[in-house]
Write a protein that binds this ligand. Structure first.
Ligand code: R5P
Length: 280
């Protein structure tokens, strides 16, 4: 049985279309604004789907409340699927005194859930913070399916070396070349950013990454590719955490922008539901 939290309501119809049994729960608010959850269901195993985009803290708390309610009802095995995991970028201390926020989130979710499935987590190593079994769900196949025909014999690029495995997975699905951007210091005052060991001139390029926030990374990458003579530039990203105006800015800078539906946005054209169903 699948239970859908407020942050994943936009995925419910598609889950039903895949034949999933979706259990109905009550979610409302107390007069002071606190969340009220009621799970009038019986069973032993359940999978909760809850994405934790804005309001992040509220969606996280709701995942805990649903988990607590299910345990109270006697459910013995609980899985949690998190299409977008809030705080996943806060994975290290950069200034003394900071928390490792993703660790705090993982440990708390682990109080209720036995297994955790996160779609394209920023840093897969942070899954080790979850006390139970934790899995990264790659959207590479869905991104490849969406852009395959448009890209043709083009190239898949990641904006930095850290995201190269994302580019590799998409490229391998399509059987095309891949690489990443690299920053090279060309003088004491100048840093050049360009794709490593690959010629983009006259070729279509798909840039893939886990997150778009301000859009700065993608806009810069697109500008460089235009200068290097790339033909069409596509952007296929997992999580559209768009800051104000970022959808328009990135859309104007490239030939097409598409993100997945881990977060509902105007450009969430790629569904992760098939991947979620596959891993469950
Ligand atoms: C960084 O590590 C992430 O993978 C993204 O590249 C980054 O969050 C994108 O941010 P922005 O859209 O603000 O450039």
């Amino acid at each position: 049985m699948i239970i859908v939290g407020s942050g994943a309501v936009h995925l419910k119809d598609e889950l039903l279309n895949f034949g999933a049994e979706v259990g109905e729960i009550e979610i409302s608010r107390f007069p002071d604004g606190e969340k009220y959850v009621r799970v009038p269901l019986c069973g032993t195993e359940a999978t909760v789907v809850q994405s934790t985009y804005k309001p992040q803290d509220e969606n996280l708390i709701e995942a805990l409340l649903i988990g607590d309610a299910l345990r109270e009802r006697g459910f013995e095995k609980l899985k949690l699927v998190v299409p977008y995991l809030a705080y996943s970028r806060q994975d290290r201390v950069t200034k003394e005194g900071e928390p490792i926020s993703v660790r705090a989130v993982m440990r708390t979710l682990g109080l209720y859930y036995d297994e955790l499935y996160v779609v394209d987590i920023h840093n897969p190593k942070t899954l080790d913070f979850f006390p139970g079994k934790a899995f990264n769900v790659s959207p590479a196949r869905s991104i490849a399916d969406y852009f395959g025909d448009k890209l043709g014999e083009g190239i898949v690029l990641s904006p930095d070396k850290g995201a190269l495995s994302r580019a590799r997975k998409v490229a391998e699905e399509l059987g095309v070349e891949y690489s990443h951007f690299e920053k090279r210091r060309i003088s004491p005052t100048q840093v050049e950013m360009r794709p490593v060991e690959i010629d983009v001139s006259g070729k279509n390029v798909l840039i893939v990454d886990d997150i778009i926030s301000t859009g700065g990374t993608m806009i810069r990458a697109a500008e460089i590719l235009r200068k290097l003579g790339a033909r069409k530039i596509f952007v296929g990203v997992t999580h559209g955490v768009f800051a104000e105006g970022a959808v328009e800015k990135v859309s104007n800078a490239v030939d097409e922008l598409a993100v997945t539906n881990t977060i509902p946005t105007p450009v969430s054209k790629i569904s992760v539901v098939p991947e979620i169903i596959r891993v469950l």
